[in-house]
Ligand binder design. Sequence first.
Ligand code: SAM
Length: 225
Amino acid sequence: MPLYVVSTPIGNIGDISFRAVNVLKDSELIAAEDTRRTGILLKKYDLKTAQTSYNDFNKKAKTKHLLNLLKEGKSVALVSDSGTPGISDPGYFLIKNCIEEDIDVIPVPGASAAIAALTCSGFPTDSFVFYGFLPKKEGQKKKFLDELEQDKTVILYESPYRLIKTLKLMAVVMPQRNICIARELTKKFEEFIRGKTEEVYKKLKDKKIKGEIVIVVSKNLLPEK
Ligand code: SAM
């Protein structure tokens, strides 16, 4: 049987496709990054499918087990905490191993925070790069930002706890670039904060930032003087 790679909501529980619900219903097992969180989704859609956990800590052992089940003809769906499995979460390892073992991998597409943030950033979408989470260490982060792509829109994930420090660094390293902070997408307190790096830093520096964050950085449209 193929592995179904099923996207789930990034906040608003209504953001799931009919097909995704049906695939989850018809699967014999759901490999979920967080079974408790997926349990809420299953309850909402009245789905009784069994779950097993699949996360960064158990992925090596669990991949073997899941490959065996798939080879025996069991239908398995992979879901992550939220959004599209494999995008900055452990799904990649299972997908890669399935392909290596000649097991088909079928996407059931849906929400991803990166694409939701990009589409509403107002920045060019014709070519963009996604780097996932920024490096945590200051030195590495500075180097990363110093060398950041100039000619494409860039999408980054960042923790709310590190956002202010990152914005301060951005204001120094790339004062000429526009950014969009997309916070709590599809949720009650969804907001977009747009402006030059320094403006956004000044706006947020004394606030306690909560929730999930995507940073979108516009192309470098203005040549540096
Ligand atoms: N697989 C997910 C996807 O497709 O977007 C991403 C998983 S990654 C572990 C989690 C990160 O995605 C968060 O730290 C945040 O940067 C971003 N994210 C997830 N949901 C979000 C939301 N509702 N609003 C803003 N960012 C979100």
